[in-house]
Design a protein around this ligand. Structure first.
Ligand code: GLU
Length: 307
């Protein structure tokens, strides 16, 4: 299949949609991002790369980082992790407090904010230090992306910390239900740091390859998790990766995917490739508008859905 030609066709078709929607503005440092940007990268398990648009342009990965922290926590805690969080779609906005109260402080899944904060807290508890935990997270991302220059943008994490009322509320609520080991502010600060990691679509598509290949990087042969853990992460991405539009994403795209409010979306074609698309303007669910449409076109043109 001529992936490069397909990506170029998509880019042309999608151009009128780029910039439609709204960039995330509840994090001030993200509100100034130019909405007229778009990039789409894929990399096969053989290491062939294809791309269109600003594939080198760094952006804030935000909730995409939750895939990486979930991987690390699953590797450390295995099934015991599920004592603290579930794997059910929430059907609620990513930062909803109501459900968490009803369900006694146990977040529905690792990809809503409460679940991701609980996962980060579990990593801090394991490494006994928040700086150490963040170092492990960042090193893991550098490893799977095969790029040691990847870092985080302190301006974004500080800006988020300045407006952290809701995330702190989620963390405090979990603490009150004894589902948080560390102080809420420590867990939330570390969570914001990994959300503020900056990457481009080339690096993020590369970082998905271990999930396309049963937990082992097909290019470096480094093993990170077992095939069964990989299946589980992909399943949670499929069912919970797009906030309360996860059902729609599964319906229209049909690939394990995770989006972030920075406008990035990663996706996995098991056995075949890692994908990342980015365009900062978001639809009403907080997912990239042009990115979602581009992925939809990609599976229509290639037939590469898991269904
Ligand atoms: N750091 C963001 C928050 O907690 C992540 C949101 C997202 O990308 O879904 O609000």
């Amino acid at each position: 299949m001529d992936y490069q030609a397909i990506l170029e066709e998509i880019y042309e078709e999608i151009t009128p949609e780029i910039g439609r929607g709204k960039v995330a503005d509840y994090i001030p440092a993200l509100s100034s991002v130019d909405p007229q940007q778009f990039a789409f990268s894929i990399i096969t398990t053989e290491g062939e790369r294809y791309g269109v648009g600003d594939v080198q342009k760094q952006f804030s990965i935000q909730s995409i980082s939750k895939v990486f922290t979930f991987t690390l926590a699953l590797d450390i805690y295995s099934k015991n992790l599920y004592e603290r969080l579930g794997v059910e779609p929430s059907g609620n906005p990513f930062n909803s407090l109501v459900q968490l109260e009803y369900e006694q402080g146990k977040p529905r899944n690792p990809f809503i904010n409460a679940g991701a904060i609980a996962v980060t807290d579990s990593l801090i508890a394991h490494f006994k230090d928040d700086y150490k935990a963040f170092e492990v997270i960042l090193n893991f991302i550098r490893n799977i992306a095969d790029d040691n220059d990847i870092s985080f943008d302190p301006e974004v994490s500080v800006s988020e910390m300045d407006h952290a009322y809701r995330n702190l509320a989620l963390a405090n609520l979990m603490k009150s239900f004894e589902n948080l080991d560390n102080e809420p502010i420590v867990a939330v600060k570390t969570y914001f740091k990994h959300c503020a990691v900056s990457m481009n679509t080339q690096e993020l598509s590369r970082a998905m390859l271990y999930l396309a290949n049963g937990g082992t990087d097909p290019l470096t042969q480094k093993n990170y998790i077992t095939p069964s853990q990989t299946r589980r992460i992909n399943a949670v991405m499929l069912t919970c990766g797009h906030y309360d539009a996860s059902g729609e994403f599964a319906f229209h795209v049909g690939l394990p995917g995770k989006s972030g409010v920075g406008g990035g979306i990663v996706a996995v074609v098991p056995g075949k490739m890692g994908i990342c698309v980015w365009s900062p303007s978001l639809n009403r669910y907080g997912n990239s508008h042009a990115g979602t449409l581009a992925l939809q076109k990609f599976v229509e043109k290639t037939g590469l859905s898991i269904f």
